[in-house]
Design a binder for this molecule. Structure first.
Ligand code: GDP
Ligand code: MG
Length: 360
């Protein structure tokens, strides 16, 4: 029996269901899990989910995990757990799990753990209160003394992480130089959730992947090499930009984007099948993120993805905005379909010519 995951989506994300569900899929792969969802119009003060829905879930023993796409209060977690005794995850925890999948560097891992502990601390505190009433067996894996120990340990761990992060900042420069010595150019794929980053990454690395094992090391667990026209590059599938990231975890988010800062070239994947106004807003906020993490003067190739879904007028409108208003060079914008495999070679030709690997 497949694991069943039930997702509660607040009405504010109604227009972004695909993206919200794809965040869930990033962790709960749809092949192994049944993912189902429902909307929450107005959060219930005690349970977040309407109480009749809570009872319905209680009666459905097939549901293993409930994911709530909002930031839960400690009392929501605890009240839900008391009734349901299943795993409860909120949007913040889910996003941190996604970050953790992509975090290669020690600093990024620490930033994520710190954010997770900071979010968990008030919850443990609340659990201690309830545990005194003897009502929370099994929650977060402990009884009353368990929670108190958990709390002290979490505090200590956080202090240790903060110290280590400060130490790591000092050796960052050394690491960057080591990385340059690896030789092959690094290319990061960035873009919003659902733009098609992973589809492009898979297409490129499957189609052009060199055979045999290779001895390279890299910061990111989501990296692979490819050879095109005889030249090898390292491609990195980054965590991507997530709409509406809780401010509490923005530092962890930036830390996860570290490889973007150190890469030689960036591919910005844009879902061009979306409405023009949304695309415009996305391109603008992407540029703000780049400037915040310190990407300056790095070549950015814009892959206008999903052209199999749209007509040429829409593409023209997007392109005109990009070079007309933003001053992006025309030859850096390449319409593609990662899914259908359209224009992939011309994307690679663009990248290789920027890197100086011109065809003989
Ligand atoms: N029609 C179409 N769908 C695509 C294309 N590229 C990606 N997709 C779909 O868009 C969804 C999100 O793709 P994914 O690669 O997971 O996006 P990511 O979140 O940016 O990594 C998936 O359902 C893909 O199959 C494309 O070129 N055309
Ligand atoms: Mg992806």
């Amino acid at each position: 029996m497949a694991k069943q995951v039930l997702v509660a989506i607040p009405n504010k994300y109604k227009g972004f269901i695909d993206e919200e569900i794809s965040l869930v899929k990033a962790i709960y792969n749809s092949n192994n899990c049944d993912i189902d969802f429902f909307f929450v119009r107005r959060p219930n003060p005690k349970y977040y989910i309407p109480y009749d829905r809570v009872l319905e879930i209680k009666g459905n023993i097939d549901v293993d995990t409930i994911i709530i796409m909002d930031i839960l209060k400690p009392r929501h977690f605890i009240n839900l757990y008391r009734v349901l005794r299943r795993e409860i995850i909120d949007r913040m925890q889910l996003i941190l799990k996604i970050f953790a999948l992509h975090a290669g560097s020690r600093e990024a891992q620490l930033q994520i753990e710190l954010a997770r502990l900071r979010h968990e601390l008030p919850l443990i505190k609340e659990a201690i209160r309830y545990a005194k009433l003897g009502e929370l067996h099994g929650f977060l894996g402990g009884g009353r003394y368990g929670f108190e120990k958990h709390y002290t340990m979490a505090k200590k761990r956080m202090a240790r992480i903060r110290r280590e992060i400060n130490e790591l900042r000092n050796i960052r420069e050394i690491r960057r130089r080591n990385r340059e010595k690896l030789g092959y150019p690094h290319i990061s794929i960035v873009g919003y959730t659902c733009a098609g980053k992973t589809t492009l990454f898979n297409r490129l690395t499957k189609q052009y992947k060199p055979v045999g094992p290779e001895p390279f090391t890299t910061l990111s667990p989501k990296a692979s090499s490819l050879v095109y026209n005889g030249y090898k590059v390292i491609l990195i599938d980054t965590v991507g930009f997530i709409r509406d990231i809780p401010p509490e975890i923005i530092e962890a988010f930036y830390a996860t984007l570290e490889e973007v800062v150190y890469s030689d070239l960036i591919i910005n994947v844009i879902d061009s099948s979306r409405r023009f106004n949304d695309i415009r807003a996305e391109i603008r906020s992407t540029r703000e993120i780049f400037s915040h993490i310190g990407v300056h003067g790095k070549p950015i190739v814009y892959a206008l993805n999903k052209i199999d879904l749209i007509d040429s007028n829409h593409i023209k409108e997007i392109m005109e905005f990009m070079y007309g208003e933003l001053g992006i060079r025309k030859e850096y914008i390449v319409p593609i379909s990662a899914y259908k495999g359209i224009n992939i070679n011309s994307l690679l030709d663009t990248i290789y010519s920027i890197l100086g690997y011109n065809e003989e």
